[in-house]
Design a protein around this ligand. Structure first.
Ligand code: VGL
Ligand code: ZN
Length: 218
């Protein structure tokens, strides 16, 4: 078969004020300073210039969201409870709809689409594809409309939303590349585990978004 160019898209996961030290966010992830944001912005521009459509995910919670420890009496931040048979980390309130902490810290003109997630107060939604209740987002539809077959994924947090988005992308049939140096995790041990888990499920882990490697894959 004649070589057909594989259409590649980029998913920038949850680069929002509340997850950054840069904005003194309520759930600031280590290493999310100005230099990190600049690296994300510059590399995203480079990938866009290479012709790849860019998609963003945006954590977008109501105030009464189930993942906030403040909505569970007697609980504190980072406690873990059982919810629908899975472990739910209770987070500080973050990315509340219409607040400045929920804003994406990148030039909006970069994005073909911004996919919001986590709007249902009853379910968390680390994945950009679906929430824990199984309700799908706009992500797969957007990618299919643009005929994307391979996705490059990076952002915050490696061990939660980047991991879940990458694993769901694989499960949905996309080829997936995760960029380590453009991602930051909540904790080193869970981030290491997440990388191993992604790799085991077929995600290609690259240190940096090397255009030749991204295009040449497989
Ligand atoms: C995230 C915790 C809670 C993330 C979102 O973007 O990884 N983590 N909500
Ligand atoms: Zn959240």
């Amino acid at each position: 078969m004649a070589q057909e160019t594989m259409k590649i898209g980029v998913i920038v996961v949850d680069v929002q004020g509340d997850f950054t030290t840069f904005k003194n966010g309520s759930l600031a992830v280590e290493g999310t300073d100005e230099a990190y944001l600049k690296a994300v912005e510059e590399n995203t521009k480079k990938l866009k210039a290479a012709g790849f459509p860019i998609y963003a995910t945006q954590d977008w919670h109501p105030r009464n969201h189930i993942s906030f420890f403040t909505n569970h009496s007697g609980k504190k931040a980072f406690d873990v409870i059982k919810l629908n048979n899975r472990d739910q980390v209770l987070w500080p309130p973050h990315c509340v709809q219409e607040t400045s902490g929920a804003e994406i810290l990148l030039d909006k003109r970069l994005f073909n689409a911004v996919v919001k997630k986590g709007m249902d107060s009853k379910f968390d939604s680390y994945s950009g594809f679906q929430d824990d209740g199984g309700k799908i987002t706009e992500m797969d539809r957007s990618l299919k409309k643009d005929r994307i077959k391979r996705v490059v994924i990076y952002g915050i947090a490696t061990d939660y939303c980047v991991r879940a988005t990458a694993l769901d992308a694989v499960a949905t049939g996309y080829q997936v590349i995760m960029i380590k140096n453009l991602s930051r995790g909540v904790a080193p041990d869970t981030s290491r585990k997440a990388i191993e888990e992604m790799r085991a499920k077929g995600v290609v882990i690259l240190d940096d978004p090397d255009l030749d490697k991204i295009k040449a894959l497989q």
